[in-house]
Design a protein around this ligand. Structure first.
Ligand code: UD1
Ligand code: PEP
Length: 435
């Protein structure tokens, strides 16, 4: 086994697909179980590498983890083994995923200290953690980064609520600071807070545990500290990035697909961005139905100029779907400028798309212009390596639409965030196998 996907492309798919629970919500929610010694039951947990690694890490720390069924677990963080944080095992496992950074806030809140290895995640450009640590410092913590062992150590015997203006609306940074502030003394106000549905879900769960957070869904959160938190139950939202990926997949392969139970009102502008590419979507109940489409035509701006699709902090368009939008635009009629403002190394995968026959100009590390082929020319299957999770899925979509065989290597990147993707695509009729 080389751990690659082999794909015979060019076949339209058909059927229904249900999105998994949201990866980036799961990483926040799982970290929050550390805030109480009482039992927390979480359902709709996706069975993906990053999430499983974090669950394993919680178990290693001493959290009692019970799997009730395929997607539901209980967690009880009664006794946390402080020595584990000094171990080599913690260094390698904690460093394996981006989401592990979010255990720092809860550990500070509950135990007054935390250490964490430099977290992993995709290599998609600089990924700083300043927002997290500046926020902790405002609450009264002191941190130092030990370059020699690669650990961030944070001490906070006495967290006190205060006013914090975040230097940027960081998603994991906001979650981390909220989790530190819920048990701090007094009132914390966080301005320029990120407000993704993931964060709204986290704040709602914390309130059910006894926290006092107001302003949920806005960029101004007020947190009145409480002495302790208790247990609760929580269900993860469907993964909006998976939903966007499946919309793109349907359009690019000319397939008729129904995406089940999407919780449409939580998707923000995602459906409209795909509509602006000319893709027809219908909301049926809470399902998104995408009819088989021979063609789709990218709108221009009202003044006739070329459409730009750019990322922005929520409720702007998520950067995690820009690679998918870029790939889908390859077979549209018309042109679009893709502007990835947040990350500087997320567009380099266009090289592989060029090899497949796409018409794209990479203007600079942040911008690419796609000149749509309008399905006049089919992409060619090739061998390629997935550089990051979303580029990986975009290449998978390109391969499923292409003529002939493609092989995608480094699929660990894809499997970090997409649950049993080969089997779920096979159920839609895709010719994909693991080699
Ligand atoms: C585990 C997890 O949840 N990962 C997500 C989380 O990562 P993460 O929380 O690590 O990302 P951040 O929100 O901190 O920042 C992402 C990038 O955008 C830049 N930035 C951020 C805010 C801002 O107002 N301006 C700005 O330029 C940052 O400098 C950074 O380069 O949010 C990102 C942004 O939605 C997503 O791509 C990641 O999938
Ligand atoms: C970049 C992503 O994940 P992470 O932050 O875990 O690297 C993503 O989910 O698109």
């Amino acid at each position: 086994m080389v751990n690659a996907f082999e794909i015979q492309g060019g076949k339209p798919l058909r059927g229904e697909i249900t999105p998994q629970g949201a990866k980036n919500e799961a990483l926040q929610i799982l970290s929050a179980v550390l805030l109480t010694e009482e039992k927390i039951t979480i359902s709709n947990i996706p069975d993906i590498k990053d999430v499983n690694k974090l669950i394993e890490l919680l178990g290693d720390m001493g959290v009692i983890v019970n799997r009730l069924n395929e997607d539901t677990y209980t967690f009880e963080a009664k006794d946390i083994d402080q020595d584990f944080f000094l171990s080599e095992a913690f260094k390698s496992k904690g460093g394996g995923l981006r989401g592990s950074i979010m255990i720092v806030g809860p550990l500070l809140a509950r135990f007054g200290k935390a250490s964490i290895p430099k977290p992993g995640g995709d290599k998609i450009g600089r990924r700083r953690l300043d927002t997290h640590f500046l926020g902790f410092e405002k609450l009264g913590a002191q941190f130092n980064y030990n370059q020699a062992d690669g650990f961030y150590n944070v001490d906070a015997s006495d967290l006190k609520g205060t006013y914090i203006l975040l230097d940027e609306a960081s998603v994991t940074g906001t979650a981390n600071i909220v989790m530190a502030a819920v048990l701090a003394k007094g009132i914390t106000t966080i301005y320029n807070a990120a407000c993704e549905p993931y964060l709204q879900q986290l704040c709602k769960m914390l309130n059910r545990m006894g926290a006092k957070i107001s302003g949920i869904g806005s960029n101004l959160l007020t947190i009145e500290g409480v002495a302790r938190l208790g247990g609760t139950e929580h269900r993860m939202l469907p993964d909006m990035i998976e939903i966007g990926s499946f919309i793109g997949l349907a359009a690019m392969t000319g397939s008729e697909i129904t995406i089940k139970n999407v919780q449409y009102k939580e998707l923000g502008m995602i459906p409209d961005v795909f509509r602006r590419l000319g893709i027809k979507l219908e909301l049926r109940g809470d399902d998104i139905y995408i009819p088989a489409q021979e063609h789709y035509e990218i709108e221009t701006f009202i003044d006739g100029s070329i459409m730009t699709i750019a990322d922005a902090p929520w409720p702007g368009f998520t950067p995690d779907l820009l690679s998918i939008v870029l790939v889908v635009a390859i077979q549209a009629k018309g042109s679009v400028l893709i502007h990835q403002k947040m990350f500087e190394s997320r567009l380099f995968f266009v090289d592989k798309l060029l090899d497949m026959g796409a018409q794209i100009i990479l203007c600079d590390p942040h911008r690419a212009t796609v000149i749509g082929l309008d399905k006049q020319v089919q992409l060619r299957g090739i061998s390629m390596t997935s550089p990051d999770i979303r580029a990986g899925v975009s290449l998978l979509i390109a391969a499923l639409s292409a003529q002939g065989k493609s092989t995608i290597y480094n699929i660990e990147q894809i499997e970090r965030g997409y649950q049993h993707i080969d089997k779920r695509l096979q159920a839609l009729g895709a010719d994909i196998k693991r080699i």
